[in-house]
Design a protein around this ligand. Structure first.
Ligand SMILES: N[C@@H](CCC(=O)N[C@@H](CS)C(=O)NCC(=O)O)C(=O)O
Length: 106
């Protein structure tokens, strides 16, 4: 599993914090957003949205969008649990994640 990462963006930064909280040591591929490496054909082939971060699974499956990456990693590495496992708190977590994510749009 490889995380395509950039030091230049808040979303990618949050994914790195999530990994640290989970204690996950993952191979990273750094991309230079200033140089437009996220718009290079090789990257767009893996993530047509051209955004960071991107998780590349061992079987050449790709997961884009930080919230999707959090959810995948939470399912794969449930300890420590970073999202709630009961209904009310799951709903509130989902709301916060979506509101936070949408605040970066525009
Ligand atoms: N909703 C996306 C946003 C991803 C995003 O905007 N990433 C920034 C870096 S943190 C990016 O790739 N910017 C480059 C660009 O927009 O060209 C997520 O949560 O992963």
């Amino acid at each position: 599993m490889i995380l395509c990462d950039s030091k230049a963006g808040a979303n990618a930064w949050c994914v790195r914090i999530f990994l640290a909280e989970k204690g996950i040591d993952m191979e990273m591929q750094q991309l230079d957003l200033e140089a437009g490496e996220n718009n290079a054909v090789d990257y767009l082939r893996r993530n047509p949205m051209g955004k960071m971060s991107l998780l590349e699974l061992d079987n050449a499956t790709y997961i884009a969008e930080s919230i999707a990456i959090y959810r995948y990693l939470e399912a794969l590495y449930p300890t420590p649990l970073l999202f709630a496992n009961y209904a009310k708190q799951k709903g509130k977590n989902g709301m916060c994640l979506l509101c936070w994510s949408m605040s970066f749009i525009g």
